[in-house]
Design a protein around this ligand. Structure first.
Ligand code: C5P
Length: 441
């Protein structure tokens, strides 16, 4: 299969002997047909800022939404389409195109493109590149929610994942079609960037800081303070009150924040997890110790309170093990309220982190309770999730969250806790960037 390369004005041919631009990494971006294709233009800009070289392939449907001219003007490279062109093939064939990349990104990936990939079709340039590649592939689906939920699409996505392809969950929200809403939106550019950067890093390469000073480590220079895990409240030296929190989500957020370049302090309750690499970890047991550690770790730019702090502690905790003897009465535990760490830190005052994020684990009315919590705690965002036993979230590896803020509620579909963490950190980075002076562009 041959591909026609359309060269933007001023772009250097790939093999004309001119010096190649100074780049670190190379991506082939396959742009499918969908209204979200316009987001690829911004994605290309952001990748170029990070000195990632982008070669774009436009599917026939993709060409209906963005033009080769606009894509080429941003990539400063020839744009490959599906038209037969012997010159282009001689210049760079589909095999070279797929092999000379560190990563292939398909965005937006339509239901049709996903089906072709799952079926192993190779009847146009995009599908041929995908069949010919031995490089990691990232797929960012975007389609109507019914098409996304269709058993055929879900089957195809499961097949791609089984084949080792990373398929992002589409974002939830309004569709371009009037009155349509649900899962099917292309994830926002910061989330696409986070996924691309993590895949490039996994492939053994970090993305460079751009000459313009834009950083692929968007939280560089910032201190992120995170609480994670349960607390244990002693009854006596050997017994305690606890909860089922595993710390997996909080620890994953810490790891993602380090990857994004932040200095990270993790205040962790007792968990069965290793300390995430590159994180300063303070181990605590009780809520009171957690509050002390948080105060010690401040100041921070961003505070993320993911710990499942026990609401109460035992007022009359014994210094010695309580003995069960025939004559002794069954002990009565008297409880007192623990300090609310999130509320304490979120209270407006000098030194408050500029972004304070709380978590809300609920078993019913998840977003309603989260909205109330946003106000009562004074947090900027509440990340809410349903921890009913049937969800398997507590202790499990997957999560489905709602981000509740003054702007409203954003619901994300079910995904791995690692992906939740990466996307949340990308979201935080975008929020912080919007408030940095250099973001004005
Ligand atoms: O009130 P609730 O426990 O549902 O609120 C959950 C949020 O508050 C979480 O972010 C949790 O880390 C935080 N929290 C806290 N200190 C407490 C109780 C909850 O920081 N004592």
């Amino acid at each position: 299969m041959l591909g026609k390369a359309r060269r933007p004005r001023g772009a250097a041919p790939l093999n004309c002997g001119e010096p190649e631009p100074v780049t670190d990494k190379r991506i082939v971006l396959i742009i499918g047909g969908g209204i979200a294709a316009y987001k690829c233009l911004d994605l290309i800009r952001r990748l170029k800022e990070r000195r990632v070289r982008v070669r774009a392939v436009l599917t026939r449907a993709g060409e209906q939404f963005v033009t080769p001219l606009s894509v080429g003007a941003l990539t400063n490279e020839p744009v490959f389409t599906n038209l037969f062109d012997l010159d282009a093939e001689r210049e760079i064939g589909h095999i070279r195109l797929s092999r000379e990349a560190d990563l292939i990104v398909v965005a937006p990936a339509t239901a049709d493109l996903i089906a072709k990939m799952a079926g192993g079709h190779a009847d146009d340039l995009a599908s041929t590149v995908l069949m010919a590649t031995d490089k990691p592939v990232l797929v960012a689906p975007a389609m109507n929610p019914r098409m996304w939920l269709h058993p055929a699409t879900q089957r195809n996505v499961a097949q791609l994942r089984a084949d080792g392809i990373r398929v992002l969950e589409p974002a939830v929200g309004e569709m371009a079609e009037r009155g349509e809403a649900g899962a099917g939106r292309l994830p926002e550019v910061p989330e696409l960037l986070a996924a691309i950067e993590s895949m490039l890093a996994a492939a053994g390469a970090s993305v460079a800081t751009t000459p313009a000073g834009h950083s692929a480590r968007p939280l560089a220079g910032l201190h992120v303070l995170i609480t994670s895990g349960p607390t244990h409240e002693p009854i006596d030296p050997v017994r305690y009150i606890a909860n089922r929190s595993s710390g997996k989500q909080g620890h994953a957020v810490a790891a993602a924040a380090v990857k994004a370049g932040a200095r990270v302090t993790l205040v962790s309750g007792p968990v069965a997890l290793p300390d995430p690499a590159g994180v300063d970890v303070m181990h605590v047991e009780t809520a009171a110790e957690m509050l002390d550690a948080v105060r010690e770790a401040l100041p921070a730019d961003i505070g993320i309170f993911a710990a499942a702090v026990a609401d109460w502690r035992v007022a009359n905790a014994e210094g010695e093990k309580i003995k069960k003897t025939a004559s002794a009465r069954t002990p009565t535990l008297s409880l007192v309220e623990n300090p609310d760490i999130l509320k304490t830190i979120a209270t407006p005052k000098a030194g408050r982190p500029r972004l304070v994020i709380g978590f809300a684990a609920e078993t019913e009315n998840v977003t309603e309770y989260a909205k109330k919590k946003l106000k009562s705690k004074g947090a900027d965002w509440i990340v809410a999730n349903d921890v009913s036993p049937e969800t398997g979230v507590m202790g499990g590896d997957r999560n489905a969250i709602h981000i509740v803020s003054a702007e409203g509620v954003e619901s994300w579909p079910d995904m791995s806790k690692t992906e939740v963490a990466e996307r949340l950190v990308a979201r935080i980075a975008a929020h912080v960037a919007n408030r940095r002076p250099e973001a004005a562009q």
